[in-house]
Write a protein of this length. Structure first.
Length: 132
């Protein structure tokens, strides 16, 4: 009888340790998304290189796009509601028809971009689309 209790008491800490390691591993995998993730609401592409991609009509609502390089990308008709594009490279990006309400463009470079209303952004455009 004493051996059975002892086996149980030895197994329990081992199981708890394994469960803790598994939990930490799962949290590490979900802490940040990969640059290869597909476009989706809330995607985390901070610092990723997405130059020249075609994201026409993509739903990127609440997306984490800080410091992302989207130069030359096509985001025509995309949903960027409440997306964070702070510090992003958006030079020569097509945003025509995109929904931008609540999006954060602080420090984003917009030279040569086409704004959601079809206006071309000047070479000096940072954070806002200045007309030529």
């Amino acid at each position: 009888m004493r051996n059975d209790n002892r086996r149980t008491s030895l197994r329990l800490p081992g199981l708890l340790c394994a469960a803790g390691i598994l939990s930490v591993g799962l949290l590490a995998n979900t802490a940040g998304a990969a640059c290869t993730d597909t476009p989706a609401p809330g995607v985390d592409w901070r610092g990723c290189d997405k130059r020249g991609v075609d994201f026409k009509g993509a739903n990127l609502q609440y997306a984490r796009l800080e410091q992302v390089n989207l130069s030359g990308a096509d985001l025509e008709g995309a949903n960027l509601v409440d997306a964070n594009l702070a510090g992003a490279n958006l030079e020569d990006v097509n945003l025509h028809g995109a929904t931008l309400s609540g999006a954060n463009f602080s420090g984003a470079r917009l030279a040569g971009a086409t704004w959601n209303n079809g206006r071309s952004c000047s070479a000096r455009s940072v954070s806002t689309c200045d007309a030529d």
